[in-house]
Design a protein around this ligand. Structure first.
Ligand SMILES: Cc1cc2nc3c(=O)[nH]c(=O)nc-3n(C[C@H](O)[C@H](O)[C@H](O)COP(=O)(O)OP(=O)(O)OC[C@H]3O[C@@H](n4cnc5c(N)ncnc54)[C@H](O)[C@@H]3O)c2cc1C
Ligand code: SF4
Length: 484
């Protein structure tokens, strides 16, 4: 601990985001970095407390405590304060495969459990993490690590999201020959086609894929296992298979009019936008354009926020974000104590931008969509919404609150129910009660010998940081299976 009184002397500070009036005109990232002196001060706020909950990485019931990767946070905070970025990077790399992803998109479970957060705002851990890795890339210090020897064991990883990438990275470093199969035209899973460019620039994803390719991982894109590459062939050809296929079955909108033209699932909307952006700078028009349209986003979560930010960049006429749950409190409640993840109201980039463009937060709480109206061509022309009550424990529309709103495009961001089932059925794998692939946490073996599962397809819809942890754990399990 470099500065014992740092937490008393300095206040939490983050670099200013690019202002909404500037950033809505482009698709570039909106976060910026401090200069190193300001970053050192933030590192000095870490108390190096006796029991650093920030790196606990535990799931207790439905809540998380600390970093799932068990990142050695107090160590690199101290090293940053001392100005030793090289050593900070070495400590960070011990546990984190892709800090440039988590440093940008992680909700920072660590900060929710920071001991300083009991009395004062938490240490800016996520920002420090991002700064360390970005500095190392800028200085050319992140170099390919070519494994010294090969076991000649062949492992297939199906899916190239964060769990597949982490698993492939670990197995490759262990000396196995790893091939990652991806059905999309670019690797990265939701890091590539899901999370928008302004939150995670796709050049950063591509840079890591290139590094992994240079280290020996083989990426095979445009290949869907179970459709244009038989699943049984894959199992025969490889010594082990790890399924990292994500949880992409969307929760369906079950109201009259859900089949109309103009109703889209959020990931279809977001991924088409990114693909068109990367392929042609949106010149090919192969995306769902909301320019001049009235947009209703169904879902008040992060995916809904990404839809709001994207629609605003298109130049939509209006955007409303419906949230069926009540507004979260501004501070922790007694039933949500430290060091649990704080369930408090968050105003994210999409809402800030809507406030700038339309003058108000686009979220409407305790509100649901009840039906969608069609014009004579079968296109959306309006939606009906109602207030809901949770008095019975389930959402019930409140009589007399139905309201019609002009709408041209409905974006459904209601979450996911689990993994797609086709490949699971072909491989006759057992599933759990939530339709996820059955495999114990930390063990990752499925019901079929030699087949493992990790990430959202095993744990259900989650976070990038949990997917990376699962990929790391699955790699350890595969290594043990191959080398026993
Ligand atoms: C719009 C959106 C925004 C999000 N934003 C955040 C965020 O800001 N922060 C955060 O922490 N989390 C975020 N998440 C959640 C996070 O992206 C996921 O939890 C994480 O990506 C899961 O990783 P994964 O590797 O398990 O699966 P995925 O990232 O879903 O990757 C699975 C991959 O498998 C491929 N695949 C599936 N089946 C096959 C097959 N048969 N053959 C070949 N390939 C196949 C898919 O094409 C996909 O590329 C977001 C999710 C969405 C939808
Ligand atoms: S990965 Fe997430 S939880 Fe872990 S240290 Fe980084 S920001 Fe915190």
């Amino acid at each position: 601990m470099g500065k014992p009184t740092g937490f008393l002397e300095y206040e939490r500070q983050l670099p200013e985001d690019r202002p909404p009036e500037e950033r809505i005109n482009d698709w570039d990232e909106f976060h910026t970095h401090f200069d190193i002196e300001k970053l050192r001060i933030q590192g000095a706020r870490c108390m190096d407390c006796g029991v650093p909950f920030c790196h606990a990485g535990m799931q207790i019931g439905r809540t998380s405590i600390g970093c799932p990767l068990n990142n050695l946070i107090p160590e690199w905070n101290d090293l940053v304060f001392r100005g030793d970025m090289d050593e900070a990077y070495k400590r960070l790399s011990l546990t984190a495969n892709f800090p440039e992803f988590t440093g940008r998109v992680c909700p920072a479970l660590c900060e929710g459990s920071c001991t300083l957060g009991m009395h004062d705002p938490a240490v800016t851990i996520k920002n420090i993490e991002c700064h360390i890795i970005d500095t190392m890339f800028e200085q050319g210090k992140v170099k390919p690590r070519i494994p010294a020897s090969s076991t000649e064991k062949r492992v297939a990883v199906v899916g190239s999201g964060p769990s597949g990438l982490a698993c492939a990275d670990m197995l490759n470093q262990m000396g196995h020959r790893v091939t990652v199969f991806e059905r999309a035209d670019r690797p990265g899973g939701l890091l590539m086609y899901g999370i928008p460019n302004m939150k995670l620039d796709k050049k950063i994803v591509e840079r890591r894929i290139k590094l992994m390719s240079d280290e020996g991982v083989v990426f095979v894109t445009n290949t869907e296992i179970g459709r244009n590459y038989p699943a049984v062939k894959l199992v025969d050809e490889f010594d082990a298979v790890v399924l990292c296929t994500g949880a992409s079955a969307p929760r369906r909108l079950r109201v009259d009019g859900a089949e109309l033209k103009g109703v889209h699932y959020a990931v279809d909307f977001l991924s088409a936008n990114t693909k068109s952006l990367l392929d042609s700078g949106l010149e090919d028009r192969k995306y769902i354009n909301t320019e001049g349209k009235n947009v209703i986003v169904v879902g008040g979560g992060d995916t809904g926020t990404d839809c709001v930010g994207t629609a605003i960049r298109h130049g939509c006429k209006s955007v409303v974000q419906l949230e069926i749950m009540p507004e979260a409190p501004s501070e922790r409640t007694a039933s949500n104590p430290w060091p649990e993840w704080p369930r408090v109201k968050k105003t994210d980039y999409g809402q800030e931008e809507a406030e700038y463009v339309f003058g108000s937060d686009p979220r409407e709480y305790l509100t649901t969509i009840t039906r969608i109206e069609s014009d004579e061509r079968g296109c959306v022309s309006g939606v009906y919404t109602s207030k809901v009550s949770w008095e019975t424990g389930a959402p019930v529309p409140v009589p007399g609150t139905e309201q019609r709103r002009d709408c041209d495009i409905v974006l459904v961001a209601m979450g996911f129910t689990g993994p797609e089932q086709e490949l699971i059925n072909q491989l006759t794998l057992e599933t759990d009660a939530r339709s996820n692939i059955k495999a114990k946490e930390g063990v990752h073996k499925t019901s079929m010998k030699g087949i493992f599962a990790a990430g959202d397809c095993r744990r259900g819809q989650s976070l990038v940081v949990w997917a990376i942890r699962e990929g790391r754990e699955a790699a350890a399990a595969v290594n043990e299976y191959l080398m026993k």
